[in-house]
Each structure stands twice: as structure tokens, then as C-alpha cells.
Ligand binder design. Structure first.
Ligand SMILES: [Zn+2]
Length: 390
């Protein structure tokens, strides 16, 4: 089916087209521009008053809407995928927190078994391993049994279990054996991230020279910055080749620190991630996550000891936060939620832009930057009841 979206303000995100027509055909964007002829037989949808942007891509997420992506039930991942389109997300990278090896293997096998192309939900893009090769000093909410020294044979076992779908791994480059692990991960085509790390500036720079190109939730669970001991944070901020994840929920990182990150990385190398956990998007209360109790209160998810346990924010909320805090224009915030995460996974040739040939993954926002419509693979996957008539 061919769909013609008309009268939308399009942010590609690099360019603004005030009243555009976007033609969707066979899951892809066929054309975008002002005053395009409408193909015969196309279904026409009037998006007057809405801003159309590339669909959000959340590359660091553990769950939301009551669904965990750390699960042994593939249907739970599919249910999450159908829920999250309501938040403007069209693709996501299921992320596994550190866990005991048998548990991790079962989660990994489940996450890897869910097909990328779902008929009515966001696309799972593979798997992100956030552990186990991280520093116990910076474990944050990870359980102690989930932390292990770098072990190439364990990594290769996970790569095999994921059948080509493992995309990204976070590790602490200062741990003994990390050099070999980084090399092995690069050999397997994985994006290597510094995360949950207590690395000094020098240790982090060494990791970067070996192929670390990504930083897991910048500022959180990493050695902090000091002017005589700039730590891994200093190395990340000073290294243009490293792209940085940011949890812009207003809880994990102070707006001043967000501003610093954006100054150092620019809007091209900062990636919005939710780090969302299963209760994200639900009401305050007490929930169980991977066998542990999590309390959700005033926008925070905390363990019994008060440690932050991931966020309860959503991608659309973080885009609104950046704009309202004056930290980014809408165009810049949208780029950090779509093109930049696509680029982190090497998908920038097909996702993250409204341009001919790109996947027809789109989000339409209303004046308040609330999600009005979401398209995945050229099909309407979400529409606010009060949204414009189709
Ligand atoms: Zn996480």
C-alpha cells in the first residue's frame, strides 16, 4: 500500500520542510518534499499541525510499560515493542544488565530470537550486553553475582548464542584482560562501549586507542571528573571518536552536566537513551525487576538502598526535557533520538532520516511535543485517539 502524508512540518532532522508531502511505499520512504504529486490510489493522511520526524531509536533500554526485555519469554519483548510505539519509538536495542552467566545466556537467547520485523510494533535491533565485564566499584544497581572479570571465551559464547544479533557491549577497560576482550569484541564486529568503569584518564584513553567508540550512560556509573584526575569521564569528553549516551530524564544527570556533555560532544555525537526499566511509563509503586524490588517514586526507580535502578522516563519525554531546558533545539533533540543512535549501530544509511530509500519509521508530534502518530515500516503503529483523522 502507498501512503501519502500531507501538510506535515518535516524535520528530516537536518532540514526543515514547512509543509511537506512524504510518500511511503513498501516500508520505505519513496519521496519527500513540498507539493509532490500524489500517486494514484495512495491512502492520503493529513498531518496538518503536526511535526513529522524520524522515529526514535532507543539503543539502551531494559524495559517499559510493565514489560522487561530481560526475560525468557519472547512475547514479553513483543508486548514491549507494541507498547513503546506510543512513545514514538520505532526501533530499540534490548539491553541486558549484568547477571549470573546461566541467567544471562537465557535472556540473550530470548532477546536474539525475536524477529526484527514485527507487524505492529517497534523493531528490536539485536542485543546490548551491559555486563558482566564491568568494575565492581561502579556496579550501580547490578547484582554482585553479575560481575565477572573479562573473559574472551564467555564473550564468544554469548556471540554464538546471539547468532549474529549481539551488537554492543559495555566493559571497563581498566580490568585485567580487557585489552584482549576489546580486541575480540572488535573482531566480532561489536561496538565497544566504556561503561560501569573506574578507569583513569590514561586507562580510558588506552581503551579508546584499542577500539572503544561509545560511552554507556555518560556520567552515571563512571569515575567522576577531577581536574587533577580527569578519569574516564575526562577521556570520553576529550575524545571526539567516542559517542556518548545520555539519560536526559532530569534525574540521572544535572542539566549543567548535560550542557557540558553537549558542548564537548556536540549534537552529532550525543545519543539519548532511556535506560528504561519495566515500570517506565507506569504509575508510582513497587515493582519486581529480575527478582528484585524496585520502588518508583517522583520519576525515579530505586532499589531498597536508594541506588538508582535505571530510569522510568521515555524517549519522547527526554526530547521534551532537552527542548524545555533550553539545551537543544527541537531539531537537535530529534537528531539525538534518531540519527545519532542509528549511527552508533552503523545503521545511518537506512534509519534515522526522512529521505528517499530510508525505512518509513516516523513519529508525528503535536504542538506540546506529545506523540500523536507513529509509523513503523510504512504502517501506522500508533495513533492518539484525538489525533487527526486518517
Ligand atoms: Zn542500563
Amino acid at each position: 500500500m502507498v501512503i501519502a502524508l500531507i501538510n506535515a512540518r518535516v524535520l528530516t532532522p537536518d532540514e526543515e520542510i514547512p509543509r511537506a508531502t512524504v510518500i511511503l511505499e513498501e516500508g520505505r520512504i519513496a519521496a519527500v518534499g513540498e507539493g509532490l504529486p500524489l500517486p494514484a490510489g495512495a491512502q492520503i493522511m493529513d498531518l496538518d499541525g503536526l511535526t513529522l520526524a524520524p522515529g526514535f531509536i532507543d539503543i539502551h533500554v531494559h524495559g517499559g510499560g510493565g514489560f522487561s526485555l530481560m526475560t525468557e519469554d519472547g512475547d514479553e519483548i513483543r508486548s514491549y515493542a507494541r507498547w513503546v510505539v506510543g512513545k514514538g519509538v520505532t526501533a530499540f536495542l534490548p539491553t541486558l544488565a549484568a547477571a549470573g552467566r546461566p541467567q544471562m545466556e537465557r535472556w540473550l537467547a530470548t532477546a536474539a530470537s525475536v524477529d526484527e520485523r514485527l507487524s505492529d510494533g517497534a523493531s528490536p535491533l539485536g542485543v546490548y550486553l551491559e555486563g558482566p565485564f564491568v568494575n565492581p566499584k561502579r556496579k550501580a544497581s547490578f547484582p554482585p553475582e553479575g560481575l565477572r572479570p573479562p573473559d574472551v571465551s564467555e564473550l564468544l559464547a554469548h556471540v554464538g548464542a546471539a547468532r549474529g544479533r549481539l551488537k554492543l557491549i559495555a566493559l571497563a577497560p581498566e580490568l585485567a584482560g580487557a585489552r584482549k576482550l576489546i580486541a575480540a569484541a572488535r573482531d566480532q564486529g561489536l561496538v565497544v562501549s566504556i561503561g560501569h568503569s573506574d578507569a583513569t584518564y590514561e586507562e580510558a584513553l588506552e581503551g579508546i586507542s584499542l577500539g572503544v567508540t561509545h560511552a554507556t550512560h555518560c556520567f552515571n556509573a563512571m569515575r567522576p571528573f577531577h581536574h587533577r584526575d580527569p578519569g574516564c569521564l575526562g577521556a570520553i569528553l576529550a575524545s571526539p571518536q567516542v559517542a556518548a549516551e545520555l539519560i536526559a530524564d532530569g534525574v540521572h544527570v544535572h542539566p549543567g552536566a548535560m550542557a557540558l556533555l553537549l558542548r564537548a560532544k556536540g549534537h552529532q555525537r550525543t545519543i539519548l537513551v532511556t535506560d528504561g526499566v519495566a515500570p517506565a511509563g507506569l504509575s508510582p509503586g513497587t515493582y519486581s525487576l529480575a527478582g528484585r524490588q524496585i520502588k518508583v517514586t517522583s520519576g525515579r526507580a530505586i532499589l531498597a538502598d536508594g541506588t538508582l535502578a535505571g530510569s522510568v522516563s521515555t524517549m519522547d519525554q527526554m526530547v521534551r526535557n532537552l527542548v524545555r531546558l533550553g539545551l537543544a533545539t527541537l531539531q537537535q533533540a530529534l537528531r539525538m533520538a534518531s540519527l545519532n543512535p542509528a549511527a552508533a549501530l552503523g545503521l545511518e544509511g537506512g534509519k534515522g532520516r526522512i529521505a528517499p530509500g530510508f525505512d518509513a519509521d516516523l513519529v508525528a508530534l503535536d504542538d506540546g511535543l506529545e506523540v500523536a502518530m507513529t509509523f513503523v515500516g510504512g504502517e501506522l503503529a500508533f495513533c492518539l485517539p484525538k489525533g487527526p483523522a486518517a
